[in-house]
Design a binder for this molecule. Structure first.
Ligand code: SDX
Length: 435
């Protein structure tokens, strides 16, 4: 089990209806201190109110830290730009799961375990046949990943650490296989089995883009770019989909069901669906000349249009992932010879205009990770509908690490927020004849 590491940091006094209540304060390693309100309802018969949980810490966590004002993102203390530059996705998976970078023996053991879990049960392929070929691949991911619960009964006991580890490795290993199958199904091409002699991301590219009729040649520049993109998407504190996974896990649901819940939440255009929405927005803008028209729509309070790929709940400065993503975007476009991609020109001009417009500056709206990822993924050969699937593939390790941390936290209990009730007061039933 995980010991609490928060440290006492004084207290606050709340005065409510002429009575004083003491709220203990705690501090962690970095970031704002917290006021502990766990006893407030019992002592003062009052709830706190925080729709969207913008000012609420839902848990203690050692995994990821974001400083939204400084544009800092740390995975287990390591800055995202250093990991993107020097690490690889599978090493980052180990780091997120275990808290430390692996030595050579630890990485080899982990890599071997993941590699040997990349195949899926042959029956699972039948699930795809129930979908229409034009089904959105995120719909397929929700269904097929949830169905894994029906195949792996030997790793659904969440109280057994060994079963939790096997389920974690199975999910990290099988997401690329299932994602590639979802893509193949949409094209009418046959599923491609994983190859144990390929690294994680290379294996995924081959399962996605190879055809039986010819040998598939891995492009190391593109494989490295996609591997880096996976690193950038791996975890991000208590975002909406991670909170969904934690809440589902708090009821004791098995890990496969919890990850399926996270995939469903990630699909939303305000969250992981923004990369697909951002590319569609750039295509809709169509030319640099039309950018002012869309900026005006985004600023119009009566128009619910938003610049997709802009803004963030936490980053009120640049999203450090957007910087790294833009670098990968240029590397991929140069490699595939699309350096003059018109959408890139529109994106860079849109970013320049938005960052000088008072509306965006005042609201601290900067490009987020999704702004450049769509252009990059399209240049890698993925259809727009696969963009959020790739986000889910990468985020699975973050969801699993956070889920495991929750299970091991002795303070965690089933999540059950309260509400402020504004409905009808108590009243008696009225018979039909009297209505
Ligand atoms: C991800 O949480 C995470 O960590 C998520 C994520 C992760 O890795 O898990 O980082 C991944 O989801 C990135 C975000 C992807 N979403 C988008 O790009 C969609 C577009 N962005 C917006 O929907 C919005 O910015 C959010 C949802 C991302 C954040 O919303 P907030 O913090 O709740 O901001 P808000 O809606 O309260 O907006 C504050 C103001 C409002 O204007 P006013 O009411 O003050 O006049 O800014 C405006 C908003 O209208 N605004 C935008 C805008 N985003 C906010 N105006 C135009 N375009 C935008 N994109």
């Amino acid at each position: 089990m995980r010991d609490s590491k928060i440290k006492p940091a004084g207290s606050a006094t709340l005065t409510f209806k002429d009575k004083n209540y003491t709220l203990p304060a705690f501090s962690g390693t970095e970031g704002p201190e917290v006021l502990d309100i766990r006893k407030l309802y019992g002592e003062a018969d009052v709830f706190t109110y925080d729709p969207g949980f913008t000012s609420t810490a839902s848990c203690e966590s050692d995994i990821t830290f974001i400083d939204g004002d400084k544009g800092v993102l740390l995975y287990r203390g390591y800055p995202i730009d250093q990991l993107a530059e020097h690490s690889n996705f599978l090493e980052v998976c180990y780091l997120l799961l275990h808290g430390e970078l692996p030595n050579k023996a630890q990485f080899t053991k982990f890599d071997n375990s993941i590699t040997r879990h990349t195949m899926v049960h042959e029956q699972l392929a039948q699930f795809f046949r129930g979908f229409r070929r034009d089904a959105h691949p995120m719909a397929i991911m929700c269904g097929v990943v949830g169905a894994l619960s029906a195949f792996y009964h030997d790793s659904t006991d969440i109280n057994d650490p060994r079963q939790r580890e096997i389920a974690s490795h199975r999910l990290i290993a099988k997401m690329p296989t299932i994602a590639a199958m979802a893509y193949k199904y949409s094209t009418g091409q046959p599923f491609v089995y994983p190859h144990n002699d390929l690294h994680y991301t290379e294996n995924f590219l081959r399962m996605t883009f190879s055809v039986p009729a010819e040998e598939y040649k891995i492009n190391p520049v593109l494989a490295k770019a996609l591997d880096t993109i996976f690193i950038l998407h791996a975890d991000h504190e208590q975002n909406a989909s991670t909170s969904t996974v934690r809440l589902a896990g708090s009821s004791g649901a098995n890990p496969f069901a919890c990850i399926a819940a996270g995939i469903a939440c990630l699909w939303g255009p305000a969250h992981g669906g923004a990369n697909e929405a951002a590319l569609k927005m750039l295509e809709e803008i169509g030319s640099v000349e039309k950018i002012p028209e869309f900026i005006a729509k985004a600023k119009d309070p009566n128009d619910n249009f938003r610049l997709m790929g802009f803004g963030h709940r936490v980053y009120k400065n640049y999203d450090p992932r957007a910087t790294a993503m833009q670098k990968q975007c240029h590397a991929v476009l140069d490699e595939v010879g699309h350096g003059d991609d018109p959408l890139l020109k529109i994106a860079m001009e849109l970013e320049k205009i938005a960052l000088s417009d008072e509306y965006f500056v005042k609201r601290k709206l900067y490009p987020n990770i999704d702004f450049y990822s769509g252009i990059t993924l399209r240049a890698l050969g993925f259809p727009t509908s696969m963009f959020t699937v790739l986000f889910a593939l990468a985020r699975t390790v973050g969801w699993i690490a956070q889920w495991g941390e929750m299970i091991e936290d002795p303070h965690q209990k089933i999540g059950r927020p309260r509400q402020i009730y504004t409905g009808a007061a108590l009243r008696d039933y009225v018979p039909l004849a009297k209505r």
